[in-house]
Write a protein that binds this ligand. Sequence first.
Ligand code: ZN
Length: 88
Amino acid sequence: MVRTPNIVEYAVQYFVNLFMHVLVMYWMVLVLIAIVVGVLVAAILIIKATKTPARDIVGMDITCKKCGTRTNGLACPKCKNKSQSFGV
Ligand SMILES: [Zn+2]
């Protein structure tokens, strides 16, 4: 005797299939969003790292610690003159 599935079984199977598809789609969308966010964060970090001067990463001051004049890592001319005049 061949068992014939009735309409309820068909409906249950259909909805289970539909549910699984929706679940997989949601999961894929979530994974896609996670990948996009990850790539964006990585890109921002890389851009920040490349835009930041090497001196800042190393931790050297590009401004004078005493007077705040921008020295780009060189000796401050103001403070250098001052200390020299003090030395004399
Ligand atoms: Zn200075």
